[in-house]
Design a protein around this ligand. Sequence first.
Ligand code: GLP
Length: 247
Amino acid sequence: MKIIKAMNYEEMSQLAADRVIDRVRSHPHFTLGLATGATPLGLYNKLVGDHQKNGTSYQGVVTFNLDEYIGLPPNHPNSYHYYMNQHLFDHIDIEEKNIHLPDGTAENLVKECIFYEKQIRQAGGIRLQILGIGQNGHIGFNEPGTSPDSRTHVVRLTESTRKANSHYFKSMEEVPACAITMGLATIIESEEIILLASGEHKSSTIDKLIHGDVHHQFPASLLKTHPNVTVIADQAALKMARAPRVY
Ligand code: GLP
């Protein structure tokens, strides 16, 4: 796992954007895995800016998002579909048919999970996956205890995750109880992974990621078994990490 220390959120976002842009430009048919949450907002903003200024094209890019809440339709302002449209897809030249997020309103959720896996396979797998990290070490919505062999599946969200995400909702009661998420095995099959972390509230999590053992109670630790993972974290997020090998 390579650790890149960024000065601040801005630099973290720029470094991630540079990598994505470089990959998209050199492989016009590229499969990109995307994340939601506050952390990648700066990255998406930079991708939009670059598209507008330099014309980087996403016409041949296929995307797969990590997760979606169960029960929220794509036009719900708190759905991850809506977030992605608002912050990225509506502002670049990606084709609608190339955008994939799990359907949290599917009648048969198990079938939807199997279908999502099939779509990823048919696209040839994910070349570059962007990840954020939850304070309890979750990636996507793979909560502590998730099997490393897991594929796209339905999860019941922990109270801490629901609470962490509740500021996007009017009240805690509105935060969905369940979600569909790519599994840990799905994520780990990506050719390359970039994990972003920003802010002091992530510093003990990042310390644990860098220095802790691989353990199923800390899902992100599985990334240590992957040959091509880069953590781009700002100084605040690296505050507690004891002398990481930084680049
Ligand atoms: C949610 C998402 C994760 C994300 C995490 C951290 O739970 N499912 O993919 O990494 O939140 O979010 P934030 O970036 O807002 O801290």
